[in-house]
Structures are given as structure tokens and as C-alpha cells.
Design a protein around this ligand. Sequence first.
Ligand code: GLU
Length: 493
Amino acid sequence: MSDVRVRFAPSPTGYVHIGSLRTALYDYVFAKQKGGKYILRIEDTDRTRYVDDAIENLVNALLWAGIEHDEGVFLEDGKIVEKGEYGPYIQSERLDIYQEYIKILLDKGLAYYCFCSKERLDEIREKQRAEGIMKGYDGHCRELSKDEIKARLKKGESYTIRLKMPSDKEITFDDLVRGKITINSNEVDDQVLIKSDGFPTYHFAVVVDDYLMKITHVIRGEEWITSTPKHVYMFEAFGWEAPKYVHLPTVLNSEKKKLSKRHGDVSVSDFKDKGYLPEALVNYLALVGWSPESNKEFFTMDELIEEFSFDRVSKTGGVFDRDKLKWVNANYIRNTDVERITELALPHLIEAGFIKKEEVSEKYDWIVALVASIKDRLSYVGEIGEKVKFLFDNEIKPENDETLEMLRGEQVPALLDAMIEEVESVDEIDADFAKGMMKSIGKKTKIKGKQLFMPARAALSGQLHGPDFDKIIFVLGKQNILERIKYVKDNYL
Ligand code: GLU
């Protein structure tokens, strides 16, 4: 067992963004590769963003994706529980700890009470905006005397506690993706560490927790890179060794902008609900921002654990290409057994109104056949309703002129009659009969190849292309086939 300890530290905002899932994935894969531990910590100190059930959703999304943590927050029988030696793992349960640690910085003179009102801070901000230089807090309360602080605290004045950034200090850290980064402390604001409600800010809690939880590598989105100097300085102020940092490139949309809800699905549950397979989503996400040494595109989790490295994580944003994801997912669906796809398809078929809930067990074999007929053409299971729609409406509508033309071929009346005769010769169509039916009709009518299959397909589906024809025949069954042929004869011939 190595001492590598990484954490995924989401704020419970109600949904898990695809970009966060990728962070969790890299955390997990890295920890497993190094024989270390992967921890799930909940950063819920921003009470204004609190959402009910958010933790449950989060844990379930990670579980679904197969990104399982070793320590932290879990669900057991639907209840939130915490496991591990470094808890609590929910920041709102660690308030005493933050109070204890802020005292240390106050005592060392490295943090200070700030009594500035919201109005004053707004004023400074406005003024700076007008001047076009955003310098941040002006240090008004940096040098208050001990007596004054005491008196104002006694009066019950509202306060925050700020970090006292030293002036003109070079702060340096090594980022495993970007290399050495140095920032001058003059560019860093006196960050609020404890808010007026007594809660820590993210910046303070993250440092205290990463230290106490013995985190060795902080892996997170690049939007945090400008905050890292503050964190690194706090580690120094406490006299602690800072962890290693890894800032991941942002997940972008096709217009190279940050992937946001405005541009369609971005939450893990959206993809789950649409019928993406977790292995496919994880596989594809791994490649958004990381490239393997080979051109390989398909990875199991074990292979990711084997091959992943921060050396090959890009410095620039990775584009989340929805078409590519669909392509990867379609591959996974093709290689997944029909029973599992059927289970995923059932809610969609029920919702589309093609199957009633109470009929599922009675019709199960037929449903499996239905799914089997279309499975290899699905990009995601949720599109099954759209794709099998034609099997549920016997009033055939040729999808285009070419299809209609096909139905008007001179051999078609004889072909349709032969089909009727063939179908009527059995009580029920089974899979074997379905397989042999067109061959037998071909023999009897001497109609061959395209002339045989294309109009037959057009008559039964309204389409010239689509699922295997023998599967369509089997899924439709005798009665539907007869109705369809009659409808076509009556309307298009
Ligand atoms: N709570 C932060 C977030 O939701 C975590 C950032 C970090 O990993 O340090 O992005």
C-alpha cells in the first residue's frame, strides 16, 4: 500500500457535471494505479447553494459510473454514512476543526479580523471596476489594534477573518500537468477564510482538510489554478508540506466554450437516463483531456488504470464531442448482451406507450426479440422508441419517393400474394420460419435479390433500410404482417 491519497471534493449542487465525473475518474484511476486511496469529501460550506438529496445523487452517480471510493461518504440502505479514519468527510460537520485552525493563523498574525461592511466592500469593488483595476480588498482592517478588535467583537459586530497575504512574495508550486507555476503575492487578494456566518470559505476548508486527510495529490479543474497560490501559501503559513497539484483542462463544447447546461446534456444523470452505458461514458470521458500512447480508443477500467498518466493529460481544454460519445456508446451496446439492453430499454418502451408495464413478464421473450432486432443500430438505448416506432403502426407510410417507387414495381403484386400465402401457411411465425420465409418465397415466385427483398421490406416497414429483415418478420408476427400487406395493397398499388 502506497501513501498516495487523492480526494474528489464536489460541492453538492444537485447534479454531477460530466467534467466533475472526469475529475473523479482520474482521481480513481490514479489512486488505483499507485495502490493508494481515493476519498470522497463533500464540500458543502456554501449554504446558499445547498440542494436536498444532492449527496445521494452524487454518490449514486459515481456508483453508477463504477468510480468507487475507499473512504468518505457512502450510502447504506439509502442513508448517508461516513467511513474512514479521517472523518467527518462532510465539511459542514467539521466547523469546530476550522475554528481550531483559524485560531492558529490568528495567533501567528497570519490572519486578521475584518469588520468591513458589505456596503463598504461593494463600494471598493465599484471604484476598482470604474478604474479598471481589480485589486481586491484594500487591507482596511489589516492593522487594527488588539484592543479595537476586542472591543468590536464584544459589541457583537459582524466580522470575517481574512488571510494576511505577505507583500511581494514569490509563491511557487509544481503542477504535474503544467510544470512550475510562480505567482507574486501582490497579485493575490487577502482571501476571506471564515465568513460572517462562521462557516469557512472553500479556500480555508480545502487546505485544512487536505492537510488533515493526508492528501498527497490534489486533482481538480483548471478553474482553481488561480486559487492555488493562496492554498500553497496557507500550507506554508501553517508550516505544513503542500500536496502535489494537478489541474485538469476544462471540458469544452464543440464551440470550444465551457460545457454548460445551456448546450444540452451535461449531467451524469442525463446520460444515464438516456441509456448510455456507464462503461462507454467513462471510456469516452477518459479520452477528453488525456491521450494514450497508442491510438487505442476502447479501454476497460482496468486498462485505464494500467495506462493512465498525467504526462499525457493535455494543457488545453478537451472537447466533449457528443457524436464521438454516441459512436463509442453504440460500440459498447453492440458488444453488450441483449438481456442487459432489454432491461435498460424497458422504461423507454413503456414510456413510449409501446408496452404496458403489466404485460412485461408475459411478453418478455418477444420484447427481447424486439430489442435484439434494433440493438446494433442504437447509439443510446433511449432512442429505441423512435427506432422501433414503425413496428407498432400497421398503416405503412413509405418514408420517401424511392420507397413508394419500390412498392409500385411490376413484380410486387405477385410478391405480396406469395407473402400472404406463405404467412397463412403457419399458425404462428417462429424465428426459424422467419429466417427461411423470403428464401422460400424467392424460390416459388422466381423473384430475386433486390427485387425480392426491397419491396418486401418496404411493404412491411415503409423503409428500404433498417434492421435485419428476418428479425422484423419474427417481431411483427403473422397478424401484423397480413394487416400491413393488406394496407399496402389497398393504398399504394
Ligand atoms: N468543491 C470544489 C469544487 O466543487 C473542489 C475543488 C477542489 O478539488 O479543490 O469544484
